[in-house]
Design a protein around this ligand. Structure first.
Ligand SMILES: [Zn+2]
Length: 326
């Protein structure tokens, strides 16, 4: 009985991307007990997506025979503090009161946040950032996002959009970003930007670009994955592109380290998974170029949770909600 009383409740985590919705049941130690994955309906209507989430929750609970106390959601969108999705270019949503609608349908407390913020929570609570009060998490995937935890608190900013680390400027008037700015970190090291840089390099250096081109089939089909494949084979142009990516990424990390003085920088996302050598490049450059006091105790490590960080982090946020409940 004593053991039973000490058991913390299970919570649900939901990760909504541009095309998929993953629902998972997670225990208080951050272990994913069951995950249900589905594709988002082509029309991306909020009501249909909510029905998919509710169905996913039912599958998770019935398959495990468990109950959950709360649900957390990370969605690829700008979300306000009341759990309203203000805008999502990926989903085409504006002002969808996701928290309110789901609480009504599930009868559970719900917390809604941005997908990258949720993944940052996952790495902080249960991944590489566990137990650290001052850290920055940077996910380098197709886009680049992350979060900053300072003094044991996630920096959320004035309008809850803090931590957009992919959109710090590394080159004034540089490459056009997908945001209104030019020269953002994402515009150089995001998967889409690596693909663009590789395609431009092949056009300029057609001889050196032959291997990349033959791997992809055509210039337009050259992606960050192609670069990673050719890099593994020792291709010279791919190596130059990767080394350049390392320098750009390090420029961003140096700024983050100087600005926030974290003890730990966690690097994750598809680009890092595909080219983990980037971590060592970033370490070497950051060590030499960030302020001495800022790197004194700094460690730079790889993220631990992979693609599950979003679900686990959203569930961790829900756990936090349960813990704070009266
Ligand atoms: Zn940007």
């Amino acid at each position: 009985m004593v053991q039973k009383k000490m058991d913390k409740p299970l919570t649900l985590g939901v990760d909504i991307g541009g095309t998929k919705v993953n629902v998972g049941l997670v225990d208080a130690a951050g272990r994913l007990l069951f995950v249900h994955k589905s594709l988002i309906h082509a029309t991306k209507e909020p009501e249909m997506l909510i029905a998919d989430i509710v169905a996913g929750v039912e599958v998770c609970l019935s398959k495990t025979g468990q109950e959950a106390k709360a649900l957390g959601i990370g969605v690829a969108a700008q979300v306000d503090l009341k759990g309203v999705v203000r805008g999502s270019p990926n989903l085409g949503w504006r002002n969808v009161p996701l928290k309110k609608k789901l609480e009504k349908q599930l009868g559970l407390p719900v917390v809604v946040t941005n997908d990258v913020r949720a993944a940052t929570w996952g790495e902080w609570r249960y991944g590489s950032g566990r137990g650290v009060d001052d850290l920055a998490v940077l996910f380098v995937g197709t886009g680049v996002g992350g979060g900053v935890i300072s003094g044991g608190k996630v920096l959320s900013g004035c309008t809850n959009s803090g931590g957009e680390l992919g959109h710090i400027t590394i080159i004034s008037d540089g490459r056009k970003c997908r945001c209104p700015n030019k020269g953002c970190l994402e515009a150089y090291v995001g998967g889409w930007a690596i693909a663009e840089r590789a395609q431009e390099a092949i056009r300029t250096l057609s001889n050196e670009g032959r291997r990349l081109l033959s791997l992809a089939g055509s210039i337009k089909q050259v992606t960050a994955v192609t670069v990673s494949q050719a890099y593994r084979e020792g291709d010279l142009l791919a190596r130059l592109l990767v080394e350049e990516t390392g320098r750009y990424l390090a420029a961003g990390v140096v700024s983050i380290v100087n600005a926030f003085n974290p003890c730990l920088v966690v690097l994750g996302g598809g680009v890092i998974e595909g080219i983990p050598e980037l971590i060592q490049m970033v370490k070497d450059i950051t060590r030499n170029r960030a302020l001495e006091a800022a790197v004194e105790k700094l460690e730079i490590v790889k993220a631990a949770l992979g693609g599950d960080a979003g679900v686990i982090g959203a569930a961790a946020l829900a756990q936090d909600l349960v813990d704070k409940a009266p």
